[in-house]
Design a protein around this ligand. Structure first.
Ligand code: GTP
Ligand code: SPV
Ligand code: MN
Length: 596
């Protein structure tokens, strides 16, 4: 690195943190940027970077009367989702990453990516982005610093995290921060790597400019590195929404729910109860990630480490998710949606008529009736949580909220019934461990294929999946008031491919049963799979639902469960000797109950 670079790091830096300064210096020496800019998170900085992004064509201003403060970003068409096949856990031992992760030797990974990062920021600016995951000053909060050459990343991190000076102040002189390095590179899918070094609290991401690949606080730190730290430190980092549901008497119950990517977390977390639920209220604590630890009273407390939502756009409308519609009305970055003639945004599943003409997500003219989608199926909004009308007053509470129920839910067109309750914690961990879900557009690859996705963490667990499940089992020793565990499936279909359950706000009907079970207010009915609502306990008045639909949505079919058990067996075999004993026993019990 030239002396000007050194001067830039030392001279402009708003910190005296020696570890941070020397790490930034080393990264700048490798990537050779023209400039180094330390981000402070201020409004002035936002304005300056936004203007520059517009000038460079990275952001397209939207109609500012209709969507004040909103911009559209079009990513490279080869770079529209997480890339699981290019995501690596680089632990010194391959076994520590486990059979469900891609592994690379750390030395080899540093060398390989080092060659890519070598000079990758020439002619560009390196932004230093300090950020906090979790409320500032909180006991669970972690600090990360992301070095990136992408303005888009900076502006997104500004929404998704508590970014800038306050985070740097919280870090002080400590060397305890996550070191994230990102360079957009030439966006060549053959030279794209997302590498995690949990033992070094380090992430290197090269060659992408999209979401979960590059907003390093989110999936990379809060889940992959987070889950690794959680096991070492005795807490849980989970792919879960957190909501508070308040009943007409004013009692609030906090619930965390793990659904795989694009399987309904944001929608459930922002749900508005139907008219028949007057006096009930659902408030959002988080929509994607929960960090949970045992509090002094022995309960499990959850915080949302994020400060914004990176949500799926298609399917969002004033009927499915009115709170999301309000959230994205201003100060929102849209990625890969379509644009209308008057500079507003459009997507499949938006309210109203399909416009005659649009500009599609790739910037091409699009006409009504065109078979191709105008918005990418994984198009996203980035919006501050403070825009959400249903934001929980506890969303900023550093202590988090006490969790009374944990829900696991996959996207299954058959087999899995609408709702059931686990017999106990171990059985609940078994339900989470045996989750399956049909793949979605949130990751590149085939869509609609059932895969095992334990606790919705398959792409996000930073260590051996067997150890992860054992960690869940072990947690029950330190939690004195165990949350009750449930399984749901909003996505069961009839033989014509129509959803049997109306979903969205109507999921309140299932949530009410869950709340009632938590507080011991309703008896239940035992089945082979778990406890289910008795007939009538899930009210269906007011639903436009044929009577056989609810019967079908809640049915348990022996033949479907035979093939389900086989698929679960393949998953457990993959874990080898690390498949937890307690879960193997649960499996045996289920087999004997099913008589197969
Ligand atoms: P990630 O941000 O990828 O983790 O996704 P998510 O789990 O937050 O999923 P999200 O709530 O954004 O929903 C994904 C898709 O599923 C959207 O197109 C929704 O419209 C649809 N969806 C959500 N909830 C329901 C539901 O209850 N029933 C049905 N049929 N579809 C739903
Ligand atoms: C997911 O895929 O689960 C997401 C979107 O929440 S991303 O940030 O791209 O991972
Ligand atoms: Mn997610």
């Amino acid at each position: 690195m030239s002396s000007t670079h050194q001067a830039a790091v030392g001279h402009d830096a708003p910190t005296k943190n020696a570890d941070l300064l020397s790490w930034v210096t080393r990264c700048a020496r490798m990537t050779q940027p023209d400039r180094i800019v330390w981000c402070d998170g201020s409004e002035a900085e936002k304005k300056r970077l936004t203007e520059q992004a517009v000038k460079e064509g990275i952001l397209i201003p939207l109609n500012q009367e209709k969507r004040p403060g909103c911009y559209l970003h079009r990513s490279n068409p080869n770079d529209v989702a997480r890339v699981e096949h290019l995501t690596f856990i680089c632990t010194p031992n391959k076994t520590d990453a486990g059979p469900t992760n891609n592994w690379m030797d750390p030395e080899q990974a540093y060398t390989k990516l080092g060659l890519l990062f070598d000079g990758s920021m020439k002619g560009r600016t390196l932004y230093v982005v300090p950020y906090a995951m979790g409320p500032l000053g909180g006991p669970s909060t972690k600090i990360g610093v992301e070095l990136t050459d992408s303005i888009y990343v900076v502006l997104n991190m500004r929404i998704m995290t508590r970014m800038g000076k306050p985070a740097l102040d919280m870090l002080g002189d400590s060397e305890d921060f996550n070191r994230g390095l990102h360079s957009t590179g030439d966006v060549n899918p053959d030279r794209r790597y997302i590498c995690h070094f949990p033992q070094d609290n380090t992430i290197w991401s090269f060659g992408s400019g999209y979401g979960g690949n590059v907003l390093l606080g989110k999936k990379c730190l809060a889940l992959r590195i987070g889950s690794y730290l959680g096991r070492e430190e005795g807490w849980l980092a989970e792919h879960m929404l957190i909501l508070g549901v308040t009943d007409p008497k004013g009692q609030t119950t906090y619930v965390a729910a793990a659904f795989p990517s694009a399987c309904g977390k944001t929608n459930f977390a922002m749900m508005i109860p139907p008219k028949s639920y007057q006096g009930w209220k659902v408030e959002t604590v988080g929509d994607d990630i929960a960090w949970m630890r045992v509090g002094p009273d022995g309960r499990l407390y959850a915080i949302n480490p994020e400060a914004g939502y990176f949500g799926v756009v298609p399917g969002t409308n004033t009927k499915t998710n009115p709170n999301a519609m309000a959230t994205i009305a201003k100060d929102t970055l849209f990625t890969n949606v379509a644009m209308t003639a008057d500079g507003d945004v459009w997507w499949e599943g938006k309210d109203g008529e399909v416009p005659e003409e649009l500009v599609d997500w790739q910037g091409r003219p699009w006409k009504k009736g065109c078979p191709e989608k105008a918005a990418h199926p994984n198009s996203r909004f980035t919006a501050p949580m403070t825009n959400n009308p249903a934001l929980s007053p506890k969303a900023n509470d550093p202590q988090g909220v006490p969790i009374s129920a944990i829900i696991f839910g996959g996207r299954r067109s058959n087999t899995v019934p609408l709702v059931l309750q686990a017999f106990n914690w171990t059985h609940g961990v078994f339900l989470g461990a045996t989750m399956g879900s049909e793949t979605t557009a949130a990751a590149t690859g085939k869509v609609g294929v059932v895969r095992r996705d334990p606790m919705a963490m398959l792409p996000f667990c930073g260590y051996h999946m067997g150890d992860y499940l054992q960690h869940w089992l072990d947690m029950q020793k330190s939690i004195t008031h165990l949350p009750k565990i449930f399984q749901v499936n909003w996505f069961r279909q009839d033989k014509n491919g129509k959803y049997l359950w109306p979903g969205y706000g109507e999921n309140m009907r299932v949530l009410e049963w869950i709340v009632n079970r938590v507080h011991g207010r309703v008896p239940t009915q035992e089945t082979l799979l778990g406890w289910v609502p008795r007939q009538g306990d899930i009210p269906i008045q007011g639903l436009d639902l044929p009577p056989e639909a609810i019967a079908e949505a809640t049915s348990i079919k022996a033949d479907e469960w035979k093939s389900e058990l086989k698929s679960q067996e393949v998953f457990f075999e993959q874990l080898g000797t690390k498949a937890p004993e307690a879960l193997m026993l649960q499996r045996k019990l289920l087999i004997s109950r099913l008589g197969s």
